[in-house]
Ligand binder design. Structure first.
Ligand SMILES: Cc1cc2nc3c(=O)[nH]c(=O)nc-3n(C[C@H](O)[C@H](O)[C@H](O)COP(=O)(O)O)c2cc1C
Length: 391
């Protein structure tokens, strides 16, 4: 990668994203709900965890390959599904390419801006994420479309409670991005010529439709049409989750578990994986950081299903902390969105490289030759750090 575009930390990618994007677009990436207590805790809690490094006897080679939901991945990091990748004209296709180039899997949001067929064409490790939206038949139809496109796993995200207020204000997202709305946004957009140019080159403004909520080959509803339908859909029961799981022939994840009793219910519903996650602080503000909830959940169900950690990962050392505390792998959200906004596909590759480098350094420092040798003893966990919810 060219030295002038390369960035050395995720924090720098975030600064670049902020500089490059129109204010409202950047603020849609920050997201989070209410006061932002949970999103802050997701990130800050990692700094409370410490290491006790060895300084002699490190292994010359460190292994970080593993599998998630049946897919070989070259590092214990996969892409979490996010719904606003129209920050880059290639959006989810760019992210999928970057993930493939770095040997990892990607969750594709049902609120993605690109059709699943285009995304599966560039990465054969795509897990399709669905929300419980519309009737059961419509949900099944979307899952079937994903399967036909080549998706190798299903992620069901249920941790959403329609809390919309943010103390720092929500971005104004237009119903549709056409010339009229571009002109309306022009004062802020015109101060970001590089961002505008990327879209200008392709003669297409960012698409605010969600094609995977419709039928294959159709443009799909607008984001707000789909969101409205979601608000009007009764939330699922565990029986509903088991119903969908039975009909999906392949690995199945429930994303957004923080409680031990929910983790056990997910096992009973027959899932293959869960992610310990609070939707990146976008759900119920005041939910503890995902990493605080991980040890109890991993202890309860980690020998029956795959347990992933999702939320607050900004460094390779965060990944190592999560794996040592019981995660098979982690999922990342904002980190790659900032990379995407900053430098497109190469920015996402850059973020994955930063994480790989950080995992490698942490393993070396701890004197470990593999992520599979990490244990809770490698981490200094202060008293009172963990939270056992519903245990
Ligand atoms: C802008 C944005 C959009 C998101 N959209 C979705 C989505 O469509 N589906 C979903 O399951 N999770 C969604 N999430 C949550 C992420 O998948 C993930 O759980 C979260 O970002 C992890 O926290 P992190 O950003 O600190 O890594 C979104 C998160 C952000 C920041």
């Amino acid at each position: 990668m060219a030295r002038d575009t390369w960035f050395e930390t995720v924090a720098i990618a975030q600064q670049r994203a902020k500089k490059r994007l129109p204010k409202s677009v950047y603020s849609s990436l920050i997201s989070a709900s209410e006061k932002g207590v949970t999103v802050t805790d997701n990130v800050e809690s990692f700094a409370e965890l410490g290491f006790a490094p060895h300084v002699v006897g490190a292994s010359a080679k460190r292994d970080m390959a593993t599998t998630v939901m049946g897919q070989n991945i070259s590092l214990p990091v996969i892409i979490s599904p996010t719904g606003v990748q129209a920050v880059d004209p290639d959006g989810e296709v760019a992210v999928a390419r970057a993930a493939a180039a770095r040997g990892t899997a990607m969750g594709l949001s049902s609120f993605a801006s690109k059709p699943i067929e285009e995304v599966c064409a560039v990465n054969d490790k795509i897990f399709f994420q669905i929300y419980w939206l519309g009737g059961k038949e419509a949900i099944l139809e979307r899952a079937q479309r994903a399967k036909e496109a080549g998706a190798v796993g299903l992620i069901t995200t249920t941790d959403w409670s329609f809390s919309h207020g943010r103390d720092w204000g929500s971005p104004k997202i237009p119903e549709q991005m056409n010339l009229k709305t571009m002109l309306k946004m022009s004062p802020e957009v015109l101060t970001k010529p590089r961002w505008l140019w990327e879209f200008g080159k392709q003669l297409s403004p960012p698409d605010l439709r969600v094609p995977n909520q419709g039928r294959r080959g159709e443009p799909g509803p607008t984001f707000f049409q789909a969101y409205g339908e979601w608000m009007g859909t009764p939330p699922p029961t565990w029986e509903d989750i088991a119903w969908l799981r039975e009909r999906w022939d392949g690995p199945f994840m429930v994303k957004g578990i923080v409680r031990v009793d929910d983790a056990k219910a997910a096992v009973d519903a027959g899932v293959s994986a869960i992610s310990v996650s609070n939707h990146g602080g976008n759900n119920l503000d005041g939910t503890p950081a995902a990493i605080r909830c991980l040890p109890a959940v991993a202890e309860a169900v980690g020998d029956q299903i795959e347990v992933l950690l999702d939320g607050g990962i900004r460094r390779g050392s965060d990944v190592v902390k999560a794996v040592a505390l019981g995660a098979r792998a982690v999922m990342i959200g904002r980190a790659y969105l900032w990379g995407l906004a900053a430098e497109g596909q190469t920015g996402v590759e850059n973020v994955l490289d930063i994480l790989r480098g950080g995992i490698d350094s942490a393993l070396m420092g701890l004197g470990k030759s593999s992520i599979h040798d990490l244990t809770p003893d490698d981490i200094l966990v202060p008293d009172g750090f963990t939270r056992t919810l519903g245990g």
